[in-house]
Design a protein around this ligand. Structure first.
Ligand code: AMP
Length: 113
């Protein structure tokens, strides 16, 4: 597993409360929230980004999306929410371990920055 902050969270080296966990993924609050609800959903396997995971395990990518939707229901985001994944330098990715951002609780802007 690559040595990122998320691998440290998964190993327990960085203690954190999980909002969801199952055999394939975990979810927790983002340390720097960009909306009233800002949850990260990350796979246990350290795929670097969505392109790599989509090629090697597309079912996992579907599962992560389903977990985002389940968390949106649980956090009562019935007025809407946004799911984002950043890839690469131009995509704004800062942690090289696939993650989906679930954002909600405020009106989102478009286009994104
Ligand atoms: P990205 O920039 O798309 O790669 O997203 C990485 C996200 O990880 C950012 O929103 C960070 O705020 C978040 N993050 C970094 N370190 C931690 C941490 N220790 N706990 C929770 N979220 C973190």
């Amino acid at each position: 597993m690559s040595d990122t902050v998320f691998s440290k969270i998964l190993s327990g080296e960085i203690p954190i409360d999980f909002l969801h966990e199952d055999a394939m993924c975990v979810a927790f609050n983002d340390i720097s929230p960009q909306a009233p609800t800002h949850i990260l959903v990350i796979p246990r396997h350290a795929y670097r980004n969505v392109a790599e995971a989509s090629e090697k395990d597309p079912a996992l990518v579907g599962h992560l999306m389903a977990v985002c939707s389940k968390l949106a229901r649980k956090h009562r985001l019935e007025n809407g929410f946004r799911i984002v994944t950043n890839q690469g330098d131009e995509g704004g990715q800062s942690v090289d371990h696939l993650h989906f951002h679930l954002l909600g609780g405020r009106a989102m802007q478009w286009p994104p920055g």
